[in-house]
Design a protein around this ligand. Structure first.
Ligand SMILES: Cc1ncc(COP(=O)(O)O)c(C=O)c1O
Length: 363
């Protein structure tokens, strides 16, 4: 009754289902391995006093650890309550209500939701047949008067990686702020030698969003951050952010995570190996996936399996949860997060079994 008309009209973000009881959970792109022992040890160091007092409002120690990791100055870093908070902060800081926000379609649905919350028109540009953005993307967004655009890299939900050159060109050509959302960047194959974070000094309009949810197995902690020119970071850090946006536990555990990258790096490698194996084995079953550099695969479900929605429900009934999106271009596909080897084996067996059942029914 009291909500703003634009809030009344909109639908909120729908997170992936959280199954009750034991399940193979491959529906929200979490890391299949537990966090590092160093982080678990840090958890045991939390004292009542740390909970009693407010944390450092600017999370300086944690930001310094992040700055050291990225070899950049402290004032080019902001820490946030998950990278979702950073995305919201960017909208509140850089886009007046009524001004356009650029997104790609299909893409991470939260971008759309954040634009609706701010009451901003959405300049939606469709991906091409090959799931890549069109060559005139910057022009499309500039023509629509975009003040800020979101682009995930690796892309979500395709997992495709845009090159450093493509993104640098986009940052140069775009007249607004460009947020490159690198939620899945840790899973990129090192042989690709992709490094876009080093570009922040070159583009005054570039923000790079990162998260510890995926690469560091800390989705439950809610810790993300952004890198960018000081002129972008400072207004978010000193004016728009909640007073204590990153809690004491997240600050302490975040420092520990950056102190010990060994476990995280091992998980990235496991995910890459399993990603390639699952893609291969799905291929053997006739299921084609896009070449993903993230910790998930977008799988095209052929008619031998029925439709993707039915297969999704069938897998869920067997305790294997993947993600089906009821939107154009994604209805015939499933997004499958990469799990442990054992979890992936169960996924593959369940998919194979569904094919056997259908073949038997048909004969
Ligand atoms: C593209 C993309 N960006 C950001 C996020 C959110 O990450 P966080 O847990 O840091 O809020 C997700 C989560 O799935 C995502 O897919």
């Amino acid at each position: 009754m009291y909500e703003r008309p634009s809030i009344r009209r909109m639908t909120g973000y729908v997170p992936g289902e959280q199954p009750k009881g034991p399940a193979i959970k491959l529906n929200t792109n979490e890391n299949p391995l537990a966090p590092s022992d160093t982080v678990i040890q840090a958890l045991s160091e939390i004292t009542p006093a740390m909970l009693q007092r407010y944390p450092d409002p600017q999370a300086t120690k944690l930001r310094q650890a992040i700055a050291d990791y990225h070899h950049c100055p402290l004032d080019q870093v902001i820490a946030t309550n998950g990278s979702d908070e950073l995305l919201r902060l960017a909208v509140s800081t850089f886009v007046d209500p009524g001004k356009a926000i650029g997104i790609l379609n299909p893409g991470y649905h939260l971008y759309h939701v954040l634009a609706e919350i701010q009451n901003c028109p959405i300049a939606r540009v469709n991906l091409e047949e090959d799931w890549l953005p069109p060559a005139d993307l910057a022009k499309c967004w500039n023509d629509a008067g975009v003040r800020l655009a979101f682009i995930a890299n690796p892309q979500a939900p395709s997992g495709l990686l845009l090159s450093r050159d493509q993104l640098a060109q986009l940052a140069r050509d775009l007249e607004g702020v460009l947020v490159v959302d690198e939620a899945y960047i840790d899973f990129v194959d090192p042989s690709v030698a992709h490094d876009f974070a080093g570009e922040i000094g070159r583009h005054p309009n570039l923000l790079i969003a990162r998260t510890l949810s995926k690469g560091h197995s800390l989705a439950g902690l809610r810790l993300g951050y952004a890198l960018g020119a000081e002129s972008l970071i400072t207004p978010m850090l000193t004016k728009v952010r909640d007073s204590y946006n990153v809690d004491a536990i997240a600050q302490h555990l975040g420092c520990a995570a950056f102190n010990d990258m060994k476990r995280a790096r091992a998980s990235w490698q496991l995910v890459r190996e399993e990603r390639d194996r699952v893609a291969r084995e799905l291929g053997d079953l006739g299921i084609v996936t896009l070449p993903s550099q993230a910790n998930f695969l977008l799988a095209s479900i052929p008619s031998a399996f029925g439709d993707a929605q039915t297969l999704n429900a069938l897998l869920a009934s067997q305790g294997v949860h993947v993600r089906w999106f009821d939107v154009p271009r994604l209805r015939g596909r499933l997004r499958i997060s990469i799990g442990t080897r054992a979890e992936n084996d169960q996924l593959l067996s369940a998919i194979e079994a569904s094919l056997v059942v259908r073949t038997r029914r048909a004969s």
